[in-house]
Each structure stands twice: as structure tokens, then as C-alpha cells.
Design a protein around this ligand. Structure first.
Ligand code: SP5
Ligand code: ZN
Length: 342
């Protein structure tokens, strides 16, 4: 069945390098990913629309003004100071216990505003990040308007980005912007279900002390995998947000039996939270063939997840996060979305 896909070509000049095991390599989060997803979704007969640019006020409700200014100007400042390397990235990060004073210099700010060396900034990064956020928010509006599931083909992904830090191939937190947009439009309580292989540390941190957005994430145990420092089961939210964050870490190598038990737990929790709309952070790096993951989900398993989510009934926004098995990426996303069309 057919569903609305929001997509934009504006990501295509965002082609970065990543530090991986001590070497700078072409980032696995590359433009081809979106090309593969779009091709599979067109083949499946879904219809496409382009986003309008996201409202600056909404961006500022999720991210700090300093960070937004930094992202918008970092590449220009890099060129202006005579740097010739093909990508700007952090290399020194605030030591534990440091006072948190923001440096003035670009190089210092690259460390201040990032948390991992897998993510760099190139000429096309801001345009791409902004268009990805715009895709997410347009998908959110259409889902609410139509009372239907809408898919946002976001690239770059967003769930690792916090209020003021990029990393994990993410710059603006598309899922958080979607949730914030739903609240802005009168939805009382939003659920975010993050099923990317990696913990969505950015999404967790943005809503950690809030009870208007419940964040539930199924991911590989961070003891042995990126993002390393968050995603444990004892992270349950704080203050008013206590009890509104749920992490379901699974051991490396988890199969679909294990994974779908966690999904039932996740959905039970969201049901208990009495949510009125759902944002799904869809990473398909849980696929058995993914070069970055160890989980063993198959293409039919993604269809089964889509069928299960189709039974929920609240307005649903599905946003693309990770997935790096280039040849299977589009097919896996299409399998997931097929049951969610109408
Ligand atoms: C959105 C998303 O899925 N982000 C994931 C970012 C993970 N980046 C770190 C990947 C490190 C992979 N190292 C592989 C070692 C084999 N050379
Ligand atoms: Zn991931």
C-alpha cells in the first residue's frame, strides 16, 4: 500500500570523511544511501513530496543558538582561516570536570560542539542538515494533517545530535524536532521509538528531564559499541522526566526473537505513557548484513516490525536514521514501510 515520502535532493553535497580505527576514511553515511532508499520506495509505488524549510523558532526550541550559528558558519570560517583539509572536525574535547567555557576559535569550537571523530563538516553539511530537518518537520505536519503514517527520508541522520553537539554522523536532531513540532501543534504527549542499532544519545539527552516526550530505545549494549557512554538500562530520566526514558540494550549478535521481545516491552511502555503521536527513529543497521552492526534482523523481519507498528493507530512519523548495507538499504526500508501505507 502507498504512503507519502518526504525527501529532498539537498543532501547530495554532504559527503564527509570519518575517523575509523585511527584512519580517515570516506564516511559510510554517504549520499548513495539516500539514492538507494529513494529508488526502492519509488519502485514500491510510494508518492513523494518536497519539504518547505524548517522554521527557525522550531530549531531554536531544540538546539542552542550558539550551536545553530556554529553549524551555519563553520565551513565558511574554515575556508576563511585558510584551512585546506577537505573536512573540518574536532580533535580536542572538554576534559572531564572542565568548566564548559566555549572557546572563541573555530578549532576549539569544533571540539566543543562535537563528541565523536566519525563526523566532519564539509561545504554541503549545513544545507544537508537543514534539509534533513526540514524533511522531518514536513513529514510531521503531513502525518498530523492526514492522520496517516508519513516517512521522512532524512539524510544526514539525527538521533546522536544533542542540543549543542554533533557526532555519530548527526548534526540536527530530526526526531526531536519532529516531537517538538507535534507538541507545538497541540499534541499532548509524544512517544519516540528509536530502533537504530546504536543508542540515540542525542534524543535521550534533549528530553531527559521532560515528561511531555517519552523516549524508548532498543539498541546494542553500549558497553561494547558506539556511542559508548549512554544507553544503559539504568538511564531512566531525571526530575520531571524520571520514568519517561527507557533503554533496552541488547547483547551484540541479537536475533529477531530477542529483538522483538524488546519491541513488545518498548510498546508496552509507550502504551503506559498514554502517547498521542509516535515518532520512529528508523535505523536499519540492525540488518544481518550491515557492516556496522551485529544484530541479525532480516528483510522479512523489517516487514514484521512495520506490521506490528501499523496496529498502534496513533499518527506516526517514521524518520530515517542509520543503515549502511548499501545494496539492501532501500529494500529493508521499503519492507518496513509497506504495511504502514494506506
Ligand atoms: C546514525 C548512526 O547509525 N550512526 C552511527 C555512528 C557510528 N560511528 C562509529 C562507527 C565505528 C565503526 N568502526 C568499525 C570498525 C571496523 N573498521
Ligand atoms: Zn546507527
Amino acid at each position: 500500500m502507498s504512503l507519502l515520502v518526504i525527501a529532498s535532493e539537498a543532501h547530495s553535497d554532504h559527503e564527509t570523511v570519518a575517523m575509523d580505527d585511527g584512519a580517515l576514511v570516506p564516511s559510510p553515511e554517504n549520499p548513495q544511501r539516500a539514492v538507494m532508499i529513494e529508488a526502492a520506495l519509488r519502485h514500491a509505488g510510494h508518492h513523494f513530496a518536497e519539504p518547505v524549510e524548517v522554521d527557525a523558532g522550531l530549531l531554536a526550541a531544540v538546539h542552542t543558538p550558539e550551536y545553530l550559528e556554529f553549524l551555519a558558519t563553520a565551513w565558511g570560517r574554515w575556508v576563511e582561516r585558510g584551512e585546506t583539509a577537505p573536512a573540518a572536525m574536532g580533535f580536542a574535547w572538554p576534559p572531564r570536570g572542565s568548566p564548559g567555557t566555549r572557546p572563541d576559535d573555530l578549532i576549539g569550537q569544533l571540539g566543543f560542539h562535537s563528541f565523536s571523530a566519525d563526523t566532519s563538516i564539509v561545504a554541503g553539511t549545513w544545507t544537508a542538515a537543514l534539509s534533513s530537518a526540514s524533511v522531518a518537520v514536513a513529514a510531521t505536519d503531513r502525518a498530523l494533517d492526514n492522520g496517516a503514517t508519513v516517512y521522512g527520508l532524512c539524510r544526514p541522520p539525527g538521533h546522536h545530535a544533542s542540543a549543542d553537539q554533533f557526532g555519530g554522523y548527526c548534526y540536527l536532531n530530526n526526531a526531536a524536532l519532529s516531537a517538538q513540532r507535534l507538541l507545538e501543534r497541540g499534541v499532548q504527549r509524544v512517544g519516540i521509538l528509536d530502533i537504530d542499532y546504536h543508542h540515540g544519545n542525542g534524543t535521550q539527552s534533549i528530553f531527559y528531564d521532560r515528561s511531555d516526550v517519552m523516549v524508548v530505545s532498543i539498541h546494542v549494549d553500549p558497553r561494547n559499541e558506539f556511542p559508548w557512554f549512554t544507553g544503559h538500562a539504568n538511564e531512566v530520566g531525571e526530575g520531571r522526566g524520571h520514568g519517561w526514558n527507557l533503554n533496552l540494550p541488547l547483547s551484540a549478535g541479537a536475533d529477531f526473537g530477542t529483538w522483538s521481545s524488546a519491541l513488545e516491552q518498548a510498546l508496552g511502555c509507550l502504551e503506559g505513557g498514554d502517547i498521542d503521536a509516535l515518532v520512529v527513529s528508523l535505523g536499519v543497521d540492525t540488518f544481518e548484513g550491515d557492516p556496522m552492526g551485529t544484530f541479525r534482523l532480516t528483510t522479512p523481519d523489517f516487514a514484521a516490525i512495520g506490521r506490528r507498528l501499523a496496529t498502534i493507530g496513533s499518527p506516526t512519523v517514521v524518520l530515517q536514521e542509520g543503515g549502511y548495507a548499501i545494496a539492501d538499504l532501500g529494500v529493508n526500508v521499503a519492507a518496513f514501510l509497506e504495511p504502514l501505507g494506506q
